[in-house]
Design a protein around this ligand. Structure first.
Ligand code: TXA
Ligand code: MG
Length: 388
């Protein structure tokens, strides 16, 4: 169970938003919640303000920022000839506001510090009410990358932003846990055929149903850095990402067996879990002693051994343990069959297990369908090796 959010009066929210808007208008940065992950915002029309983002995050200078708007009017005012390319009409109608970022030809209004030499600018119209109210309160488009230190898992709680950036930024607005938990989908509709440069909150399956997007390309499994360098893609994807201190090992998804006998014998031990147990045994022989598992392969017999106390108590509403071994910490990401649950908890789980000072974090992979594609993309980028 989680504590209910404290009741916040509208007047209080207004006061916080006004204060944040004032900080942003003065050229400083503010941490803000969005429906995907927390962002580190600054005035998108001011290059000195953009530089403050790069400094606070220690972000590579060639990785461009996404610009956030709260209306199509604001978007048009930033574009060449104030025109939204027709190819985006149906995507915008269907998925904005929401976790979808689109590339537009860059106009001279957008400083090069935001676009980092690209001919395009990436723009998102977020759905989170606080993000929208903040942009409206400043009456400025806001540049915002994820509000983590570069290379760390993206923040899905205000406390994650504080863990990375306290002392480096003047303010974070606490909007609770981000509802999606993984960054937006980045779509380039200016190229033919259009391409998904980064999978995210709006899925490939959803995008290709939209008029004009039938032939949209996506790089699926084993989306590696080499593949990226060969295909022009989104600059930020080439960096090692989402990496905690511990070694991260991806345990490839294994389709659950439909054989009755295996199900009966399997009990709490799914195929992925068996692979992990063997690897833990091997690593113990190498002298490693503490392990974390981000679990997606729970089944009912596992849940029946659930405990509600222990290190996860109060951390996750669905804390479940299959093991009583205190040197193995399990963090439930939800059932693999529900990729949206996994998406919401993934970065929090990586950060939590890292705080537990484990030597190695095993992440149980899921199927790459729907939101699973974005989830697996982030896990592959965090992992230094894969076992199956
Ligand atoms: O959900 C999100 O998109 C979050 C929230 C805060 O809105 N933001 C976010 O920003 O994830 P960031 O900076 O962590 O990721 C931006 C991604 C990077 O991979 C970057 O390379 C790509 O978007 N990008 C930005 N501008 C681009 C451009 N003009 N062309 C291609 N890729 C671009
Ligand atoms: Mg990021």
């Amino acid at each position: 169970l989680e504590d209910p959010l404290p009741t916040i009066s509208q007047a209080h929210t207004r006061q916080v938003l006004d204060q944040a808007a004032q900080i942003l208008r003065s050229g400083q940065v503010v941490g803000m919640p969005t429906e995907t992950v927390y962002g580190l915002a600054s005035n998108a029309l001011d290059s000195a303000a953009a530089q403050r983002i790069f400094r606070a995050k220690n972000r590579p200078q060639d990785n461009p920022l996404i610009v956030h708007v709260s209306s199509l009017k604001m978007l048009r005012s930033m574009l060449k000839d104030n025109e939204i390319p027709e190819v985006y009409n149906d995507l915008i109608k269907t998925y904005w506001p929401g976790p979808l970022t689109l590339l537009f030809p860059r106009s001279s209004l957008i400083p090069n510090d935001i676009t980092c030499g690209q001919a395009t600018v990436a723009v998102r119209f977020p759905s989170h009410p606080i993000t929208r109210a903040l942009i409206t309160a400043c009456n400025l488009p806001l540049a915002a990358p994820s509000a983590n230190s570069s290379g760390k898992p993206s923040p899905t709680l205000a406390s994650h932003v504080m863990d990375d950036l306290a002392g480096k930024i003047p303010m974070v607005i606490d909007g609770g846990q981000c509802s999606f938990g993984i960054e937006s989908t980045v779509v380039d509709g200016l190229r033919v055929p259009p391409a998904i440069l980064r999978p995210g909150g709006v899925t490939y399956e959803q995008i290709r149903l939209v008029k004009g997007m039938e032939s949209v390309q996506v790089y699926k499994k084993h989306f590696t850095d080499i593949a990226m360098e060969q295909a022009p893609t989104t600059p930020g994807m080439k960096y090692r990402h989402y990496s905690p201190e511990a070694e991260v090992v991806l345990v490839e998804y294994i389709r659950p067996s439909t054989s009755k006998q295996e199900q009966e014998n399997g009990g709490a031990t799914t195929a992925q879990y068996s692979v992990i147990k063997n690897e833990i045994k091997r690593m113990r022989e190498e002298g490693k002693s503490r392990f974390g598992i981000l679990r997606t392969s729970f089944n009912n017999s596992c849940a029946s051994t659930a405990s509600t106390s222990g290190p996860l108590n109060g951390i996750s509403s669905n804390s479940i343990y299959c093991t009583s071994d205190p040197s193995v910490i399990e963090f439930p990401l939800g059932q693999g069959s529900k990729p949206e649950d996994v998406a919401r908890e993934l970065f929090r789980g990586l950060r939590y297990l890292d705080s537990q000072k484990v030597d190695c974090i095993f992440v149980e992979g899921i199927s790459e369908e729907d939101e699973g594609l974005a989830v697996m993309n982030r896990i592959r980028k965090a992992a230094s090796r894969t076992i199956a």
